[in-house]
Design a protein around this ligand. Structure first.
Ligand code: ADP
Ligand code: ASP
Ligand code: MG
Length: 435
């Protein structure tokens, strides 16, 4: 059994938690342990970056002070023999960050600063393993997580680089999640929450028998526990369902995590570091067909673009022209509904909105609506089943609905609502479909 285990920020957020993690990886005989930065670090580093861009030295000092305190407390609670070495390493990290803020280069400095959380956390944890008699090596993920122009990780290179790791059962390898080298050879990252994805790619690269994502909750719940009361963990889930939930906002998993594991049929377990014996969730090829509704997730920050055009009437090729504009701006569309004279699309990124709208205006009149959420109900909804959509809409009959998507797959029904209605929508669906 070759296992890759990933631990999120809370799981490595203190000396006590790092000790738990060490126990878990020894018990599980993890081949690679992928770590996020200690909780709160990446947010603080992002804040330091924006303060550097604005020449706000007070904020930089304040955040570095906060991080210094956090890491010093952790090192002192964790290490004896390697304490001084770890403290030196920490000082070097904060010196590097200070240097980058005073010679600030947009993008390059930003990426370099943000990478330091994972680098420092993994170094401290490896010191601890070695100090407690566990043979451990800290890998440098940017050496083998290398992205191309399309920001895709070169998986062939990754497999080759990790071949010696795959063949060495006697060492515990520790690696940083989240960070990589981009196609210009600079340090970069896979986007917020990307450590899950790093673990999935490394698991696929070494042909792992399991990828375990360890976090602060006992698996994937049927609804978002941050907003909804009485949610419960789901024991088994298919790759497709998990991918859909992650894509539509289930924060427990980065949306890109599932694909590499699905491609290689590697089960993904979601486990709780604070309660390691809880069963958690197993995501695999097996499907639970017993229920119509499995889970609900919501994704915020959705913008609707509505195109009104008489030219659509009875025309063909109109949608192609619309899609080409989104393709040109490399902006994915999440939801789409059409009528005789209008088409509504949603996007989760406003980055190229002005350019897109300028092009779309050549095709018709454009309306933009911001601050929406997509709520996605995932389950088994066969086209022959009567009454399933009715049950969903009955439970949210008081919520104004802006768009509906049903029937694209047997797995999901998605609706678009104003974000201010999200909490009530999620709770109403929970009460109506799951209790
Ligand atoms: P980590 O730092 O370990 O990566 P995250 O904060 O990214 O952890 O993800 C875990 C959190 O995801 C949980 O604490 C929970 O609040 C949130 N979450 C959102 N939706 C779900 C869901 N459907 N099931 C479980 N947790 C969820
Ligand atoms: N530390 C990074 C973040 O906070 C990556 C991760 O935790 O997955 O986004
Ligand atoms: Mg996460």
């Amino acid at each position: 059994m070759t296992k890759v285990l990933k631990f999120g920020g809370t799981s490595v957020g203190s000396a006590a938690n790092m000790k738990r993690v060490a126990e878990i990886i020894r018990r599980e005989k993890a081949r690679i342990t992928v770590l996020s930065a200690m909780s709160g670090t990446t947010d603080a580093l992002v804040r330091i970056v924006s303060a550097a861009a604005e020449n706000d030295q007070n904020t930089i000092d304040e955040r570095i002070g906060m991080l210094t305190e956090k890491y010093t407390t952790c090192i002192e609670g964790l290490l004896n023999r390697y304490k001084q070495e770890a403290l030196n390493r920490m000082q070097a990290t904060f010196e590097l960050i200070r240097n980058e803020t005073s010679n600030f280069r947009e993008y390059t400095s930003e990426r370099k600063i943000i990478a330091q959380g994972e680098l420092l956390t993994s170094a401290i944890f490896t010191f601890y393993l070695n100090e407690t008699g566990t043979k451990a090596v800290c890998l440098n993920s940017p050496d083998f997580m290398v992205t191309d122009q399309e920001e895709k990780v070169d998986t062939k290179r990754l497999s080759e680089a990790l071949a010696p790791v795959a063949a060495d059962p006697d060492t515990f390898y520790v690696a940083q999640g989240f960070i990589c080298t981009n196609n210009k050879g600079e340090i970069d990252n896979l986007g917020r929450g990307g450590s899950d994805y790093s673990a999935a790619l490394m698991g696929a690269a070494i042909g792992a028998s399991e990828v375990q994502i360890w976090t602060d909750i006992d698996g994937m719940h049927n609804n978002d526990p941050r907003f909804v009361e009485h949610t419960y963990p789901i024991r088994n889930m298919s790759f497709d369902e998990a991918a859909e939930l992650a894509y539509f906002g289930a924060k427990i998993l980065h949306p890109a995590t599932i694909q590499p594991c699905k491609d290689k049929c590697i089960p993904v377990m979601l486990k709780n570091t604070m309660d390691p014996d809880a069963p958690g969730t197993t995501i695999s090829n097996c499907d639970d067909n017993s229920k119509s509704f499995h889970a609900v997730a919501a994704k915020d920050g959705i913008t609707v673009i509505r195109i009104h055009s008489a030219r659509m009437l009875m025309a063909y090729g109109f949608l192609r022209k619309v899609f080409e504009i989104f393709e040109q701006y490399r902006t994915p569309i999440d939801m789409i509904t059409t009528s005789e004279v209008a088409v509504s699309l949603t996007v989760d990124s406003d980055k190229h909105l002005n350019g897109i709208v300028a092009e779309l205006e050549k095709l018709g009149t454009i309306e933009i609506e911001r601050n929406n959420s997509i709520v996605c109900v995932v389950g088994r909804m066969e086209h022959g089943d009567a009454g399933l959509a009715a049950r969903v809409f009955e439970s949210i009959r008081k919520i104004p609905i802006k768009m509906i998507s049903y029937g694209a797959s047997h797995r999901s029904l998605a609706i678009l609502i104003a974000t201010e209605q999200k909490k009530q929508t999620l709770q109403s669906l929970n009460d109506g479909l799951f209790q």
